[in-house]
Design a binder for this molecule. Structure first.
Ligand code: NAD
Length: 319
């Protein structure tokens, strides 16, 4: 079978694997994960062509960064063969997007990751901060980190899509290299699609996270803390049950749905086992060879119609 596809990330020159490794599960966010399983998942992901690994100091209160760092080191492969992104500004004890905090944060992250630099540093969930502080203080601080060689590219992440346009309309072109959106390019919510032409016109790379809507589009269902409404949870579980009855796997269909838009450079999926890594890579390769299962996707869309594009509030402001 063909190799996992690589896609260009905006103007960065980076080529990301279409499936990216979301390391939040390594912080035990979706349930406990042993270090053995974490190491095996990372090793297997790299072996199968995944070159992009995303984490944050927030995931598991720094556990994800530490475990990912150890796992990458244990692989013993040259640093230029994998791409690492982490984040700043969101911590288990709250948000702090001040220049001082994010400047200290990268040193702490590099220490935990056992790396000299990260490829991408992203301001984490900016809707919880002042967007004007992000524009006027946080991003300029990140530019200094870029000049110092601690980070190669700058990104912003968030749930409400309006935060991206707010910031990108106010920073000099080329300042923000990447946006990471989540839960907005899944079968149940594809609202990111409308923003893609704007992002392309700005030369900004697009990472889309949570193709399984943080567990909604799995047979197992979402974790306890999932913020979706009971109605959305129930509809997704009905869709998962329908797929199972018809011999289909909702997670595979959901991965393929998200991967099918090539304006998205990498679809970041959270993984905590070799089985999940292998399934998700196989889903991408199958998509490349045979295309989407349009019939199954439209059947799921029909079940999800009453909750289509339903999201949940996030942050201290909606812009
Ligand atoms: P996701 O939609 O990727 O779902 C992850 C869940 O699905 C986990 O429970 C995982 O074990 C399970 N899963 C993975 N593959 C599966 C398969 N083949 N079959 C069944 N279950 C499977 O949600 P996520 O982990 O929240 O998002 C992916 C990554 O994106 C995160 O790990 C993180 O790196 C990033 N992310 C960033 C932000 C942000 O910056 N604000 C927000 C969300 C996600």
């Amino acid at each position: 079978m063909a190799n996992l596809e690589l896609r260009s990330l905006g103007n960065t020159g980076l080529k990301l694997s279409s499936v990216g490794f979301g390391a939040s599960p390594l912080g035990n966010v979706f349930g406990p994960v042993s270090e053995d399983d974490a190491f095996a998942s990372v090793r297997d992901a790299f072996r199968l062509g995944i070159n992009f690994f995303d984490t944050s100091p927030y995931y598991g209160g720094t556990v994800s960064e530490k475990v990912l760092g150890k796992a990458l080191k244990a692989m013993g492969v040259p640093r230029n063969e994998y791409i690492v992104s982490t984040k700043c500004g969101r911590y288990v004890d709250g948000f702090d997007f001040s220049a001082d905090r994010v400047t200290r944060s990268i040193d702490e992250s590099l220490d935990r990751l056992q790396l000299d630099f990260v490829d991408i540093l992203q301001c984490h969930d900016i809707e919880f901060g002042s967007l004007d502080q992000i524009v006027n203080e946080t991003i300029p601080a990140l530019q200094k980190l870029k000049e110092a060689g601690k980070i190669r590219f700058i990104g912003i992440t968030g749930l409400p899509l309006g935060v991206f346009t707010y910031v990108l309309d106010r920073v000099p072109p080329g300042t923000v290299d990447v946006i990471l959106s989540y839960c907005h390019y899944s079968i149940n919510d594809s609202t990111l699609e409308d923003l893609l032409p704007y992002l392309k016109s700005k030369g900004v790379g697009v990472i889309s996270a949570s193709p399984l809507s943080m567990g909604l589009l799995t047979e197992r269902g979402p974790p306890e803390w999932h913020p979706a409404s009971p109605e959305l949870k129930a509809a997704c579980q009905a869709a998962a049950a329908y797929c199972k009855e018809n011999g289909k796997n909702i997670s595979k269909l959901a991965m393929q749905y998200s991967l099918s838009n090539k304006d998205i450079s990498s679809v970041l999926v959270g993984m905590n086992s070799v089985k999940q890594v292998e399934e998700n890579v196989a889903a991408a390769k199958e998509l490349a060879m045979f295309g989407k299962d349009e019939k199954a996707v439209s059947e799921i869309e029909e079940i999800l119609k009453p909750v289509m594009n339903q999201t949940w509030p996030s942050g201290i402001q909606q812009s």
